[in-house]
Design a protein around this ligand. Sequence first.
Ligand code: ADP
Ligand code: ZN
Length: 218
Amino acid sequence: MRLVLLGPPGAGKGTQSVILAKQYKVPHISTGDILRESVKNGASLGLKAKSYMDKGELVPDDVVIGIAAERLKMADCKGGFILDGFPRTLKQAEGLDEALKGIGSGIDLVLYFETGEQVAITRLTGRRVCRKCGFNYHIKNIPPKKEGICDKCGGELFQRPDDTETTVRNRLVVYEQQTKPLIAYYEKKGVLKKVSGDLDVQELNDVLSKVFSEAQLV
Ligand code: ADP
Ligand code: ZN
């Protein structure tokens, strides 16, 4: 199964990706995660990316296309992959097409997580992340047992610098302007499938199982 997850920040792409990767045993590729890892390691890529990320702007296309293309060449992607948060611009979508052609592959399905703006804002501003294991919580929807502490590993929870309300609003504007055109791009290719990102985690996962069996991907 070779999937692209498309939708605004806060649509739940990351959450579903983690579950789907386990269910269908394919790697979850998040350009956001890869970039944050580089920031954490102090890699030169991270230094370049951080200023964009903190403002909620997109990291330049050539940088993320390079990251994704390298990752897709790795052996574990042979049996499929879930791309989460890439592509985000038309230029990136074209870069992805090129990269996949280069490895004799293609996309089976683009899932578009259609999500209301208020739902996205509430989810993102309430999100807390474990500093140690990266697990995502939400102060209301998925609270940890003990405030500020990860249930899974005891790590400290923190708010991503780009999850503050002002930056979240900017990310949504960036999404409208730069990413939304991808809906038409993939519709034209006949691979787009719209689902509701407003559903809760389990409901959406059930919907996706049906979509995959209908598309004969499982
Ligand atoms: P979200 O989907 O919730 O916005 P991500 O973790 O996917 O969060 O991305 C966080 C930030 O990383 C983005 O705001 C952007 O700066 C950068 N980023 C991630 N993926 C891309 C991409 N494909 N193109 C450009 N920038 C990206
Ligand atoms: Zn943890």
